[in-house]
Design a protein around this ligand. Structure first.
Ligand SMILES: *Cc1c(COP(=O)(O)O)cnc(C)c1O
Length: 379
């Protein structure tokens, strides 16, 4: 790649080129079968994901957002219920709670992992708390072991937002804790830019019991138990067969791609150390015991917006996740929050910068990323 080409923040074309043949073959089969809703590929993908995650039951749905909504519906979340969650996440985490008529109760995050603070979450529990909805942000799991017994004792359910954490896990002593199988429910997204991405919208709910699994499976098809009989009101939220066929191919490669992301993260670490940028750049911290899957590689810097512009002028594209904390979103004004309520999350919205990260990212590209940062701070 020449020095003049752009370093993209992600590049789905390079990834597609590696599996194009396999994907076209899989799509051809679906097209000639004319089975487009549910069917063989969908159930095969569900069992393959279930085996990969070592989950009790995996139910495919139409998107990550629907996975969250259906998880809340499966728990019969009602208006007046409180759900504790993070203000530093993608919008859907909180909007799904509000959609159900329940109240999102935000608590602040940890500055080093960007994940919700378990200590603050415990303090936020009230008699109305029905569920805890942590997000494994950027591909690294929360320390769920610090809260799960506490929640169980109080009958509070846990829904893990695993949209960014497919394949992430965490060691607790000699026990392996996989994202999505610690709580009662886990919500996954296969949005194209997620680590395991479809070519459109798709999602999955992992369920810890048969009862929850059956309920989510009913709710995704209008709540029907048999054709045209409805005992409850659900959604139309099935996974397309075409998406399942694509995802089955991509699932076969996810371990390789995750390892490639981890290699890229390691290279960033070396490059930043070589340039002695420690004074200016805080690298993402991997919490002890975690397998970080680097959905995003997020650094913290001062003068973030200026740096982003400077890098863009040099052809290096970065992203800001997230520019506005959820409690300050206009649509949540009714919750009565103000600036300063969650200082760590707010500071991260000013300091966090996601560097280019995807499995095919090259060393030469990473050198350009880090050089641009060095040039900015050492001018
Ligand atoms: C992407 C994402 C979602 C929503 O998933 P969709 O498939 O886009 O609906 C929810 N939560 C988080 C944290 C996400 O990153």
């Amino acid at each position: 790649m020449s020095g003049k080409e752009t370093v993209p923040s992600f590049d789905l074309r390079r990834n597609y080129a590696r599996v194009e043949g396999e994907i076209k073959e899989a799509l051809d089969k679906v097209l000639s079968s004319t089975q487009f809703i549910l069917g063989h590929d969908v159930s095969a993908f569900e069992s393959e994901v279930n085996a990969y995650l070592e989950a009790h039951r995996s139910v495919s749905v139409a998107s990550g957002t629907d996975a969250l909504i259906l998880s809340l519906m499966a728990l019969d979340i009602k208006p007046g219920d409180e759900i504790i969650t993070t203000p530093f996440s993608f919008f859907a985490t909180a909007s799904c709670i509000a959609r159900m008529g329940a109240a999102p109760v935000f608590v602040d995050v940890e500055p080093d992992s960007f994940n919700i603070s378990m200590e603050l979450a415990r303090e936020a529990v009230t008699a109305r708390t029905r569920a805890f909805l942590p997000v494994h942000i950027f591909g690294q799991m929360c320390r769920l072991e610090d809260i799960s017994d506490f929640l169980k004792e109080r009958g509070i359910a846990m829904i893990e937002d695993c949209a960014q954490a497919f394949g992430a896990h965490r060691m607790c002593g000699d026990r392996i804790m996989r994202a999505g199988v610690w709580g009662e429910l886990g919500a996954f997204s296969f949005f194209p830019t997620k680590n395991l991405g479809a070519f459109g919208d798709a999602g999955m709910v992992t369920c810890a019991t048969d009862e929850l699994g059956d309920k989510v499976a009913r709710l995704r098809v209008h709540g029907s138990t048999s054709t045209y009989l409805h005992e409850e009101i659900g959604l139309n939220s099935r996974m397309d067969t075409l998406q399942a066929a694509i995802l089955r191919v991509r699932l076969r490669h996810i371990e390789t791609w995750t390892e490639e992301r981890k290699d890229a993260a390691r290279r960033y670490g070396l490059l930043f150390a070589e340039r002695r940028l420690g004074e200016f750049v805080t690298l993402p911290l991997v919490t002890e015991g975690n397998r970080h899957t680097y959905h995003q590689y997020v650094i913290r810097v001062a003068r973030r917006d200026e740096l982003q512009e400077f890098m863009a002028e040099r052809g290096v594209i970065t992203r800001v996740y997230y520019p506005l904390a959820l409690h300050l979103q206009p649509c949540f004004a009714y919750l009565g929050h103000k600036k300063g309520d969650f200082p760590v999350a707010e500071r991260l919205t000013e300091e966090a910068l996601a560097l280019p990260m995807f499995p095919e990212l090259t060393m030469a590209e990473q050198e350009r990323v880090v050089s641009a940062i060095a040039e900015f701070y050492k001018r």
